[in-house]
Design a binder for this molecule. Structure first.
Ligand code: ATP
Ligand code: MG
Length: 347
């Protein structure tokens, strides 16, 4: 795991030094499937909260990044539309947010080239998240995109000069790459005036939610509980979660990661402490724990799921939100690229 760095803030935007006006927040997701509880507690809630605090929110649907660990980006458009659906259901205000797909913004690919020149091959090879993703990849070979997508992601972050990036723990190495690129670009071309701010990661109190198999909950590992799952599906998935044979339930993340993860999940939903819940369950065993988690999750998500069902009825609206977002992102990216070319002295 990656330890939070000095550049990681876990508090609210206010902790960034007051004035939130003009602060830009960028974050995003791969269109590889429906968003799950890991997204919700790991980053989505933070995005909604920051937007409510008045910060400008940009959400990138990272469609090229789908090709890092699979051959084709099939069903990408459908997944992208469903991401918009999950964002809006979770409370993102589409009138104030810019939701875009990075493939729809050509200037990003032009930023990628100078950015690639600012990192070494050795640095790219050391990225622990990339290593973990190679382990879980569906492919037998590792493509160049797998090693370079953190640089592409730096373009996603820096094109809009984002200050704050609410992410899960797996993204911290990528954030370091983006910060390094911003710093080196400014040093090399800035002439005393920085072009890019160094973005800060914003970790939630749940930087790594585990899936039902005990590894990071991920869209593509078949171990996730989707926000849009039915209550019955949710119950079935939680029944299948990895725990252990000890009937006495205790909160011990080191020795009992599966049990601790479930306790944390219920605790997040109920706004109680996991220790407190463990005590309440006592000798009830995994079955009682899982029933409690299921009820907590279903209850917590009920309003979101109701909103989601309403929004799902209007697919044209979801597509329109994405189209508008892509137009806005293109305008921002074109301006940044013009500035980059000017300071670099290219034609
Ligand atoms: P995939 O399996 O396709 O990579 P994913 O579930 O890992 O999907 P991403 O789109 O890669 O989701 O990640 C989007 C954001 O959600 C990132 O900021 C990531 O850190 C965060 N996130 C994803 N999974 C978790 C998790 N289990 N716990 C906390 N945050 C998470
Ligand atoms: Mg991922």
């Amino acid at each position: 795991t990656t330890e939070p760095t000095a550049a990681t803030v876990t508090a609210t935007a206010a902790a960034l030094g007051g004035g939130s006006a003009g602060t830009r927040v960028l974050t995003g997701d791969r269109p590889t499937g429906p968003l799950h509880l890991g997204h919700y507690f790991g980053t989505l809630r933070n995005r909604v909260r920051l937007q409510a605090e008045g910060l400008e929110l940009l959400l990138v649907i990272a469609d090229y990044q789908v090709l890092t660990d699979r051959d084709t980006a099939d069903r990408c458009a459908e997944h992208a539309e469903n991401l918009v659906l999950d964002y809006l259901a979770a409370g993102v205000d589409p009138d104030r947010a810019t939701i875009f797909a990075h493939s729809a913004v050509p200037a990003l690919n032009q930023l990628l080239l100078p950015f690639l020149s600012l990192v070494t091959v050795a640095e790219l090879g050391r990225n622990p998240t990339v290593k973990d993703e190679i382990t879980h990849s569906r492919q037998n070979t590792v493509s160049g995109l797998m090693f370079t997508y953190p640089v592409h992601q730096a373009a996603d972050i820096l094109f809009c000069k984002a200050d704050l990036v609410p992410v899960g723990q797996d993204q911290l190495p990528h954030l370091e790459t983006a910060r390094t690129i911003a710093r080196r670009f400014n040093d090399r071309y800035g002439n005393g005036t920085p072009v890019f701010p160094e973005p800060c990661a914003l970790l939630s109190e749940t930087p790594l939610l585990l899936g039902t198999d005990g590894t990071k909950m991920s869209k593509s590992r078949g171990n996730a509980i989707a926000l849009g799952a039915t209550e019955d599906e949710t119950a079935r998935l939680i029944r299948g979660a990895t725990t252990d044979a000890d009937r006495h339930i205790t909160y011990d993340p080191e020795r009992r990661p599966g049990v601790a993860n479930l306790l944390r999940l219920a605790a997040l939903c109920q706004e109680r402490s996991p220790e407190d819940l463990a005590e309440e369950i006592g000798n009830g065993g995994a079955a009682r724990l899982k029933r409690l988690v299921t009820e907590s999750v279903n209850e917590h998500l009920r309003p979101l799921r109701t909103r989601r069902a309403e929004l799902a009825a209007d697919r044209a609206h979801l597509r329109q939100v994405l189209r508008t977002g892509c137009e806005r992102a293109n305008a921002i990216a074109d301006a940044t690229l013009a500035e980059v070319r000017s300071v670099m002295g290219t034609v």
